[in-house]
Design a protein around this ligand. Sequence first.
Ligand code: GAL
Length: 633
Amino acid sequence: MRDLGVCYYPEQWDKVLWKQDAERMAEAGLSWVRIGEFSWSRLEPEAGNLHWDWLDDAIECLGSAGLKIILGTPTATPPRWMLDKYPDMLAVDEQGNKRKFGSRRHYCFSHEGYRDESKRIADLMGRRYGTNPHIAAWQIDNEYGCHDTILSYSDAARKAFQIWLKQRYIHIEALNEAWGNVFWSMDYEEFGQIDLPNLTVTEPNPAHCLAFRRFSSDQVVSYNQAQAQILRRHSQAPLIHNYMGRITEFDHYAVGKDLDIASWDSYPIGFLSDRLEAEPEHKKRFLRQGDPDFQAFHHDLYRTVGKGRWWVMEQQPGPVNWAPYNPAPLPGMVRLWSWEAFAHGAQTVCYFRWRQAPFAQEQMHSGLLRPDGEAAQGLYEACQVAKELDDLQKKQSLAPIQAQKNKVALLFDYVSQWAWDIQPQGADFDYFRLTFEAYKALRQLGLSIDIVPPDADLSDYALILAPGLLTLDDVKHETIKGTSLYGPRSGLKTKDLSIALPLGPNLADLECKVVMSESLPSSADQELSVGGAITGWLEHLETDAPVHIATKEGHPIMVGKEGQYYLAGWPDEQGWQAILSELCQQAGLAVTAMPQGVRQCQNQGLRFLFNYNDHPVSFDGITLPAAGVHWQS
Ligand code: GAL
């Protein structure tokens, strides 16, 4: 069963509105309501003085209207009194400045006192509502990592980092060796001497930085795990976290292992303006629609993080307030985004938020209702989706969702993101962008994709892409039966970010060494003989393997045999098309050249088509209106 929901903040509204809000939600066809995740100051206005009454009433009121409740632990918003108790609980930025109270996420993941407070409030909530029949799911915290909040250079972090290092390396000599601390006399005599890698005179050791990134991610995992364990003692309801788009500072797969459902917050127009590298022409074309692949990428990622169970917890309903520009969605886009999530296997899509708040930071952020309580455009489209879902599910029971179901796998790895953040070796090298461009190219060929971690079982895939992987140590090569492509920059380093020796990628069946890498400005693009070009990153190979694709000047770019290939450069859009067309043919995958801005997704025996354009497009005998969605068996 697929359904819809909405995010609601009873503490922000007069109690007299609750009942009518709840009834209107139910009438609109919404089944879920998420509450509570920022409510700590109203639940516990002073330390130990708990005010449950209003939350009891809100739960009763929403639940009685037939809504299922997702109750959030409020740990993303520690109240002001907490700082008097723990003045050192604030995160510290790379420049050594303490972050301040007055917004949210102002805590350091390593602060033991705050960790205890988080467990305490989760325990209190679990005890009070764990068996409440209206509580059908829990959300832990809110958007780990949003507002740049994973890395903290606090005293608490330094102490915890030293302990973490000791557990990982055991002997200080092993750490010195693994990091190459003989260089610049950086040897340590004991773990207690190791500081955090900020404020050094010139760049710190990349191995030191990567260790700090791994540690910081582990802190998020254990912080989340502590709340998860507590809630499980009191409640059978599934546990969820809402991840945010293109936040990569912690390992989402690892957090997901402790939870039942993965969800993410989808703001397509905000993302296009705020966190996507694209030509101005592209940003103009999709200004009111969002990028045609960015949401799908995250849907396919969170399907894996959630082991098949995933939601959109916050869906953009109209203009947001936080991007450089905040246009209104083209009419029909709220519906399109919702359907695209269902096409990729989402169980539930919740809109953010019910009524636009006339006060505080997000007063310019739309809701399904305007600030005066009248319906906004988003509500009409949500109602339409509710009705369409209902109609479709009456005709066709949508089968259980599979975590992995497609023929193409794209490996996506958080550690590689950290490694290339630390050592881009050129102004433009970004791991997410590399992986996302490969994903886009696959979608332009009409393919449906699974995004999986490096250690996934790859036996069901006809085609596997592994760009930019720090190491190949975790890849289950023995499971691979299909065609695989590694690189650029895959398998060339150790886990401590030193150059691998013998030189990588060290693929068992492929004689090939990367002997030199160049980063290049776009003025030095290398044209490929098959069309397109290599842009930004070029590797030099020593190999006897057959060369399948080369630059016009004869520099080998794609080499390999018997289904295993290495890619020695970063292709542009046309280059990816040439490479993938050849690989898909080998892998026996049928491809469809999709018209610009039109995407398809096959799922549950249905084929969905989405038109991200602001004009109609005819394709395959179907005319899709602007922002159109079409499905057929
Ligand atoms: C999300 C966040 C919400 C709200 C929303 C606004 O990142 O989880 O609380 O701030 O953005 O778009």
